[in-house]
Design a protein. Sequence first.
Length: 114
Amino acid sequence: VQLQASGGGLVQAGGSLRLSCAASGMNFGIAAMEWYRQAPGKERELVATIASGGSANYADSVKGRFTISRDNGRRRLYLQMNSLNTEDTVVYYCKTHVWSRDFWGQGTQVTVSS
């Protein structure tokens, strides 16, 4: 299983970014997918989850601002991030759990300037 996250970058506060995670080596269509984020010196935090059927859940800190989605045909996971603030400046990771194991993408840095 390989997960390749992309789409991070520098954005001004109030702006938007869309993260993408390309999956391979797995049956993407039946796997739940997740986005996590981690600030330096802090534990990795669950941001959003999406089931194979598309139902989603969000951390309170991003609810109403972020939208998780998936394209099973393209084997891609997305995170649309709107109304970004400086507290969203962290590294974002995509993750899945298949075959009794966790698999993580390499992380993509999001930096929000004030």
